[in-house]
Design a protein around this ligand. Structure first.
Ligand SMILES: Cc1cc2nc3c(=O)[nH]c(=O)nc-3n(C[C@H](O)[C@H](O)[C@H](O)COP(=O)(O)OP(=O)(O)OC[C@H]3O[C@@H](n4cnc5c(N)ncnc54)[C@H](O)[C@@H]3O)c2cc1C
Ligand code: FES
Length: 380
């Protein structure tokens, strides 16, 4: 069952319409903005900071233009075969959608990460990557508000960079406030480019704070993002649209501060880059049950297996115990890879970001979020 899907959004149309095609684009086939799935080729690799590289991906065929369009802030799902197991992960597009010939994925090498180490250590120019998308609702193309505050920690800067590049290239009239935090000054991804953008975009305001500046000549702010840093950097913060991306703990702390500072919930958008616990090696990896299950009965109809679920366990976790291969990546309800059809029963889902109205109408659930409220049957 194909789960690497995305629906076109109004914004897709806006981007395609707003960026006038170059002369040669007029004769190129129309880009696919829905359900794209295929291969991209690594065109070049840029080392950004220690452990972080940007992979510039180009069409795998002889086509000059990418086979899809995207909105700043969206991401791609990519898949690799590593050690005989298929592994899916999501990576935000850090380039601007005005670039129709390539996309950039900027990846941080996690010291014990299965896929990020494979990407950063082993990928080389010319390699083909299996990808699908674009996906995601953590987007901003300038039509949603007349100013934007982008707050990120570490590699969470990637979707913010796409937005910043895009708005600057479009000469967007609004104020852009970037507030970033990194561990060390050397970890400041895109530092030189942001300085260069500031020179051409007087509406770009940047504040960076580092948490481990000892022994460096860092002259900027030190420590975590605080309410003071937020209010000093952004006048009238409460009246603005704010996007936050980073580790779960940083996002929770920042959301709490922003709420205290009066930012309305509907003006606050967040994106988590993944679950706090490491994902199992691959879809189908068996996990050992730890206690007797007392929850509702879950039937995986394709595999003809019915078992009771543990209290607070998700359908995805149960499927992993049973070695039922439900694809997954983010495990936080964002990427949509774990969509399965539920033919009976009821579940609750804390996050449903990647479900479309059509999905909901057709009984599609996110296995990584779904906790059964009654006995259920899913097609897996
Ligand atoms: C929407 C979205 C967008 C994203 N965009 C980006 C992006 O632009 N750039 C980017 O770099 N990442 C991004 N991510 C994160 C990315 O998808 C991966 O989660 C990340 O690269 C880690 O994958 P991995 O396979 O290397 O780590 P995994 O193997 O999945 O491990 C996850 C974490 O657990 C740690 N870990 C693994 N094994 C152990 C162990 N035995 N003990 C202790 N700790 C362990 C790893 O160090 C890692 O931090 C995004 C995620 C989402 C959901
Ligand atoms: S694994 Fe990403 S939405 Fe479930």
């Amino acid at each position: 069952m194909s789960k690497l899907t995305t629906k076109p959004t109004a914004s897709h149309a806006k981007v395609a319409k707003a960026a006038p095609p170059k002369e040669t684009e007029a004769i190129a086939p129309l880009p696919v903005a829905e359900n794209w799935r295929g291969h991209l080729r690594v065109g070049s690799i840029i080392t950004e900071t220690p452990g972080v590289k940007t992979f510039r991906l180009v069409p795998s065929s002889s086509d000059r233009l990418l086979p899809f369009t995207f909105v700043p802030g969206q991401f791609l799902n990519v898949a690799f075969w590593i050690g005989g197991a298929r592994m899916n992960r999501s990576y935000s597009i850090s380039s601007s959608p005005t670039q129709r010939e390539y996309i950039d994925l900027t990846v941080r090498r996690e010291p014990r990460g299965a896929v990020s180490r494979h990407i950063v250590d082993l990928l080389k120019v010319g390699d083909q990557i299996e990808a699908a998308g674009p996906v995601g609702k953590f987007t901003f193309d300038g039509t949603e508000a007349d100013s934007i505050v982008l707050i990120a920690a570490g590699v969470g800067i990637t979707p913010m960079m796409s937005v910043t590049r895009y708005l600057t290239e479009r000469s967007w009239a609004g104020e852009i406030f970037l507030i970033f935090t990194f561990r060390k000054p050397a970890d400041f991804i895109f530092a030189n480019e942001i300085t260069a953008i500031q020179r051409v975009n007087p509406k770009l305001h940047v504040a960076v704070t580092v948490t481990r500046a000892e022994g460096t000549d860092w002259k900027g702010s030190r420590g975590r993002i605080t309410k003071e840093l937020l209010t000093q950097t952004v006048p009238d913060l409460a009246s603005r649209r704010v996007h936050v991306c980073g580790p779960q703990s940083m996002m929770e702390a920042t959301k709490a501060m922003l709420t205290e500072l009066g930012v309305a919930p509907d003006q606050l958008k967040t994106e988590a880059f993944g679950a706090t616990k490491p994902a199992p090696a691959a879809a189908g990896t068996a996990l050992k049950p730890t206690a007797e299950a007392t929850g509702p009965l879950v039937t995986f109809s394709t595999n003809n297996k019915s078992v009771k679920i543990h209290v607070d366990q998700t359908v995805l976790e149960l499927s992993e115990e049973l070695s039922i291969g439900i694809e997954n990546s983010c495990r936080v309800g964002t990427c949509g890879l774990c969509k399965v059809k539920m033919t009976s029963g009821e579940v609750e889902m804390a996050v449903e970001d990647s479900l479309t109205p059509d999905d909901k109408a057709n009984g599609i659930i996110l296995a990584c979020q779904a906790k059964p409220k009654s006995d259920i049957v899913v097609e897996a």
